[in-house]
Design a protein around this ligand. Structure first.
Ligand code: PNS
Length: 162
C-alpha cells in the first residue's frame, strides 16, 4: 500500500522525520509531497524545501520526495496513494486536522487520512516557530535535521548582512 505525506515542509523538522521513519514500516511506499502553491507565502523557496527534505531523509528506503500543486486528494489519486498521512502533535492540532480530513473525505471517499501521534520529544516543534527562533538568532539545532540547520543559519547570516 502506498501512502502520501503532504505538507509545506517550510522547513522539514525533526518531528516530520520521526513521523516518516515510524510510518515507513507500515506501508510499502511513502510519498512525501511538498506543497508548491500556497496561500501562505513560504519562507523557503520550493526548490530549496525539496532539496532540504531530500537531504534530511537521505538513506531512508521506500520513500519518494515530490512537489505538488492543487488538491491533495487529486494528487494522491494521481500517484496511486490510498492513504493520506498526517502527524498530530497536540490537541491544538486536532481541530485543523479534523476539518482537513473531513473535507478530503468528502472530496474523495476512497481515500483515508491516517494520523500518527508525534513523539513527545518533538511535540512542541513547528516549522513556523523554528523560523521565528532562527530569524531572531536563536539556536534551532535540536529541532531540525542538520542540512536545515545549516541552511537557516546561512539565510539568517545573509539577512543580517543586508
Ligand atoms: O504542513 P501543512 O502546511 O500543515 O500542510 C497543509 C497541507 C499541504 C496538507 C494542506 O494545506 C493541503 O492539503 N493543501 C492542498 C490544497 C487542498 O487540498 N486543500 C483542501 C484540503 S484542506
Amino acid at each position: 500500500m502506498r501512502a502520501l505525506y503532504p505538507g509545506s515542509f517550510d522547513p522539514i523538522t525533526n518531528g516530520h522525520v520521526d513521523v516518516i521513519k515510524r510510518v515507513i514500516k507500515l506501508y510499502d511506499e511513502l510519498i512525501i509531497a511538498v506543497l508548491a502553491n500556497q496561500d501562505k507565502t513560504p519562507f523557503i523557496p520550493l526548490n530549496d524545501r525539496l532539496k532540504l527534505v531530500k537531504q534530511s531523509l537521505k538513506g531512508i528506503k521506500n520513500i519518494r520526495v515530490e512537489s505538488f500543486s492543487g488538491l491533495t486528494v487529486d494528487y494522491a489519486k494521481s500517484m496511486g496513494a490510498n492513504v493520506i498521512l498526517r502527524g498530530l502533535r497536540a490537541p491544538s492540532d486536532f481541530e485543523y486536522e479534523l476539518e482537513m480530513s473531513q473535507i478530503n473525505y468528502f472530496l474523495s471517499k476512497g481515500l483515508e487520512t491516517v494520523f500518527i501521534m508525534t513523539n513527545p520529544k518533538f511535540s512542541f516543534i513547528r516549522s513556523s516557530r523554528v523560523k521565528e527562533v532562527a530569524a531572531l538568532g536563536g539556536n534551532v539545532k535540536e529541532f531540525v535535521p542538520a542540512p536545515v540547520y545549516k541552511y537557516l543559519y546561512q539565510q539568517v547570516k545573509e539577512l543580517r548582512k543586508n
